[in-house]
Design a protein around this ligand. Structure first.
Ligand SMILES: [Fe+2]
Length: 346
């Protein structure tokens, strides 16, 4: 666990109890999608924050300043109940009280670092809570009724392996540009069930960028890269992108990266230097062992989406169910469509 880019904040039993009551209260009012939940989450976070010891506070500060790739929250209370024999449908799970509780807890944990939970209009049907599981096939074991050899969509609603990536959209990282809101500053994941202990992989980027060297890093800041459209975007919305930069300077943490191993390619007009930088970056990525985090209901992983890539292997146990929220840091300047719940233009 110990790594300069990742850290673990362990709650005490009384903090865990406080967090449990607060999360239950937020879930009772409807969870992150409910009007007023964001304000309540901030109020609960404020009260919880007052009980944190200085070492716990300093971990939150490191994340808030952009100098941590990932922060694991642990020793929280978990909803009771063994995993079912089969994963219920997405529609059923979206109304499940335990999923709502975990989503509410994620919102509160985001608020502890001053981050705001939000949704993109073009992604996940405009909803703040994303349930991540094999609903659409492509996992190690076929789903009931899954047609073999039929290609599954490449998104967190399938069981396919997802190579290292930051979360879309990929147009910009901090300030809205050309009508697109920035990529999420962070994502937070917890597990409702993860019976086989299948890990979420994290690749911190600072060491890779340092090994890449100044000239290659500069080349990645040029508008030389294309990306394909994400499968989780709303039908008919969201688009592929051309000639965007992968890397930019960011005063909060030093840089912001946008990259997806299975969606990014070199633009046809890119110069040779950009091509060499792209190849070197990908080679360094292949040679960097990811840091595995096994998510369970009693922990949650907050990932800096500017500073770290994440990914996963093919899903082996189709009951694995994660609950994800996106967060914006206080520095992010999105194009806001609705304040409460926060909905932004993708
Ligand atoms: Fe992802």
């Amino acid at each position: 666990m110990e790594h300069s880019e990742t850290a673990c904040l362990q709650f005490t039993p009384s903090q865990a109890q406080m967090l449990d009551h607060a999360s239950q209260g937020l879930a009772n009012m409807g969870g992150p999608q409910a009007k007023g939940a964001a304000q309540q989450a901030r109020a609960h976070a404020h009260r919880l924050s007052a009980t944190l010891a200085p070492p716990q506070q300093s971990l939150l500060q490191r994340f808030a300043q952009g100098s941590l790739s990932a922060l694991l929250f642990s020793r929280m209370r978990a909803p009771a109940g063994a995993p079912p024999e089969h994963l219920p449908s997405l529609a059923t799970l979206e109304h499940d009280s335990d999923c709502l509780y975990l989503a509410a807890r994620n919102q509160l944990l985001l608020a502890l670092t001053d981050y705001r939970a939000f949704a993109f209009d073009i992604d996940n049907n405009g909803k703040l809570v994303r349930l991540v599981a094999n609903f659409k096939g492509g996992g190690h074991a076929p789903l009931a009724g899954e047609v073999p050899l039929q290609p599954a969509e490449l998104s967190s609603h399938s069981g396919l392996p997802l190579g290292p990536h930051t979360e879309a959209p990929y147009n910009c990282s901090v300030q809205a540009c050309h009508g697109h809101s920035p990529a999420p500053s962070a994502l937070i994941l917890t597990a409702r069930w993860n019976p086989a202990g299948e890990p979420t992989q994290i690749i911190p980027l600072p060491a890779i960028i340092e090994r890449l060297g100044g000239l290659h890093a500069l080349a990645l800041t040029s508008p030389s890269f294309d990306f394909t459209r994400s499968d989780c975007f709303v039908h008919g919305q969201g688009a592929a992108g051309n000639a965007i930069a992968m890397l930019q300077y960011n005063p909060h943490g030093g840089f912001s990266m946008r990259y997806n191993a299975y969606r990014f390619s070199l633009n046809e007009r890119a110069c040779a230097a950009a091509g060499r930088a792209f190849e070197t970056f990908q080679a360094l990525l292949r040679n960097t062992p990811p840091i595995p985090f096994v998510l369970q209901a009693d922990n949650a992983l907050l990932i800096n989406n500017c500073r770290a890539l994440h990914g996963r292997d093919i899903l082996r146990d189709n009951r694995r169910l994660l609950v994800r929220l996106f967060g914006y840091s206080p520095f992010a300047r999105p194009s806001v469509l609705n304040d409460d719940p926060l909905l932004v233009r993708g």
